[in-house]
Structure formats: structure tokens, C-alpha cells
Design a binder for this molecule. Structure first.
Ligand SMILES: [Mg+2]
Length: 347
């Protein structure tokens, strides 16, 4: 910590010398001024712990100096002790306090009293400096903390994104799809609105990989993803890659005819991409099969039931020769079937 500075102001060199002598054994830096103007100039150049100010000086007296110091933001709070031989009358003492003095001492100075008073101000100054240093340190840490907080938020956002995204295609992954499916199921149940689920497979994808290699297979998955996302465009719809070459599409507020319409559009979009597939037994380009299941969610049904129905429909589409859409028959609730009572969650 830097040494505290004390400004001693007196128009008489002998008095400056005497004051300096009294303060000699304190661990402080003394700065002298021999006029009011000089004192004001010094207060702008230094941060003083204390100013010992002679009252009676030619041109500008101690009171004026004190008033000007109080009028300046930099020096407003610097403590001042007036030191004077004259003006012992009380009115003058009050004048000193009005101009902002914090103490008033009379010459000849009693060394012990004088030093103990100065010591109090030095102690206050050191305390103030310590607080100031701690405040700066806190400010620095606060900035650091804000930066860390920012980094943490960014990392969390990335983690969240990664945790719900399929790395290869950038679509939602299976985990995210399950979450959204359960949420949409609950919403449709509340609102009594239809909900449709499409499960979709790329036909003969294993043969595609075996023929063209896994790099080409990945490329094919990305192209199909892009094609699907060009058709599935409503904000409420959810398209996800839920397995190797398996995709799922959730269409809230969509009934069976609507879902079948979307499914046929997807089928057409993929086939018109005309991605060559020499090892497909179905066509000489890449095709897809789609299973559709729609319902208005009911407490007697579970998300799992509808999922299984879409899966069955997909199986039928494949069995019937692929490159086609199959719809699940309408649901009917059979009381007594335990699987239908477990309507809490799909997975
Ligand atoms: Mg004087």
C-alpha cells in the first residue's frame, strides 16, 4: 500500500519546518505549500490523507482554500485541520467548520495531541484505501464472474443443442422426439385435437451402404433429411431421425387424410430426387416406405399404442412392396387390455 500523503500549508517557512518536524517520525510523505494557490494546485496533483492548513495567509486565507477544496469533486472529501495562532474566538472556530474543516488546532501545538489527531486521520485514510482496493478487486472478480457466467450459458446451450440433435443430419434425435411426442400427446389430449405420427424407412438402405460405402450412405441420409424437411415445414411439426435409416414425423392437429396427404408428398419428393440405387429391388433410385397412424388422443390410449400402430403400418408398407404409404386402421379401445391403460408415457 502506498504511503499516505499529508499537505502542510503555511506562508511562513519556519512554521512549515516546525510542522514537518512534528510529523517526521510518522510513516508519511509530506508535501509543502506556502500559499493558498500553491495548496490548491498540490491538491489537484496528489491524493492527500490530510491537509494541515494555516488560516492566516496573504492573498488567499485558509478559509477560502477550504471552501474551494469543498467545491471540487476531487478534493471534496479530503480532511482538513486548520492550524492557527490567531482567531481563537469562537466565531472564527465556527467559520472554520462551515468551510469544511474537520478539526481546529492552535499554535503552539501540543505534540502528543497533534500527533494523535493526525494518527486518527491516517488510520481512516488507510482504512479507506483498503476498502477501495477491495472494491477494485471485487469489481475485477465481478467482471470475471460475468464472463464465466456467459461462457457457462453458451456451453449449456451447446450441450442442450447436442443433446437433442442428430449429429449427422442436424435433425432432432430420438430422445428429443420422444420428449416432443409425449408433450404433444398431452396437449392433444387436453384440446381433443387429432395427432398423426409418420414412421419412415429408407428402402434397402443396407444394400445401399454395401454397394456405395458408408460415406455415400451418410450422404444419402443427409439428402433424404433435407428433402423431408423441405416438405415438413410447419413450426408445430417435428421431424426426427430416430434410428439408422429411420425417421419419424409428428403432425399435431392433423387427421388421417391430412397425414396421408403429407406422406404421399414425402414419397413423391424423395423419388423425384432420383438418387441412384443400383441395389434396390424396388426401383433404380432411392425410395422410402411410410407408416401412418392418427388418433384423437384418449385416456384409454397411450402414445405407445399409436407408435406401435404406425410401426405396424410401416411394416405393411414394406411387405406390400415398399415405396408406398400404409395407414393404420382406426383405433378402437378394448377394455381389459392392460397395455391400453398405461397412458402415461410412450417410452
Ligand atoms: Mg500564516
Amino acid at each position: 500500500m502506498r504511503k499516505p500523503k499529508i499537505l502542510i500549508v503555511d506562508d511562513k517557512p519556519a512554521n512549515l519546518l516546525a510542522l514537518g518536524g512534528l510529523l517526521a517520525d510518522l510513516d508519511v510523505e509530506l508535501v509543502e505549500a506556502n500559499s493558498g494557490a500553491d495548496a490548491l494546485a498540490q491538491t489537484l496533483d496528489h491524493d492527500f490523507a490530510l491537509v494541515l492548513l494555516d488560516v492566516q495567509m496573504p492573498d488567499m486565507d485558509g478559509y477560502e482554500v477550504a471552501e474551494l477544496m469543498r467545491g471540487n469533486r476531487k478534493t471534496r472529501h479530503v480532511p482538513i485541520i486548520f492550524v492557527t495562532a490567531a482567531y481563537k474566538r469562537e466565531t472564527h472556530i465556527f467559520k472554520g467548520y462551515e468551510s469544511g474543516a474537520v478539526d481546529y488546532l492552535f499554535k503552539p501545538l501540543e505534540p502528543l495531541v497533534f500527533k494523535s489527531k493526525v494518527g486518527v486521520f491516517l488510520e481512516l485514510f488507510r482504512h479507506k484505501e483498503e476498502l477501495e482496493a477491495k472494491r477494485r478487486e471485487l469489481d475485477r472478480k465481478l467482471v470475471e464472474l460475468e464472463e464465466l457466467q456467459q461462457q457457462l450459458e453458451e456451453t449449456n446451450e451447446q450441450l442442450l443443442y447436442l443433446s437433442v440433435t442428430d449429429g449427422l443430419t442436424g435433425l432432432s434425435n430420438r430422445r428429443h422426439f420422444e420428449e416432443v411426442y409425449n408433450e404433444e400427446w398431452a396437449r392433444s389430449l387436453r384440446n381433443r385435437t387429432p395427432l398423426s405420427l409418420l414412421l419412415l424407412d429408407i428402402d434397402h438402405f443396407k444394400a445401399y451402404n454395401d454397394t456405395y460405402g458408408h460415406g455415400a450412405g451418410d450422404d444419402c441420409l443427409r439428402r433424404i433429411s433435407l428433402t423431408l424437411s423441405e416438405i415438413v415445414q410447419r413450426d408445430v411439426d417435428k421431424l426426427a431421425r430416430i434410428g439408422g435409416e429411420e425417421f419419424a414425423i409428428l403432425l399435431p392437429g392433423t387427421d388421417t387424410p391430412g397425414a396421408e396427404f403429407v406422406a404421399r408428398k414425402l414419397l413423391l419428393a424423395v423419388s423425384t430426387k432420383d438418387l441412384p440405387h443400383g441395389a434396390s429391388g424396388t426401383a433404380d433410385y432411392v425410395t422410402i416406405s411410410i407408416g401412418v397412424a392418427s388418433t384423437v388422443p384418449d385416456r384409454m390410449l397411450s402414445p405407445r399404442t399409436v407408435y406401435d400402430a404406425a410401426d405396424k403400418a410401416l411394416y405393411s408398407a414394406k411387405k406390400q412392396g415398399r415405396n408406398r404409404v400404409c395407414s393404420s386402421p382406426q383405433f378402437f379401445v378394448e377394455l381389459g387390455d392392460d397395455s391400453l391403460h398405461n397412458a402415461a408415457s410412450m417410452f
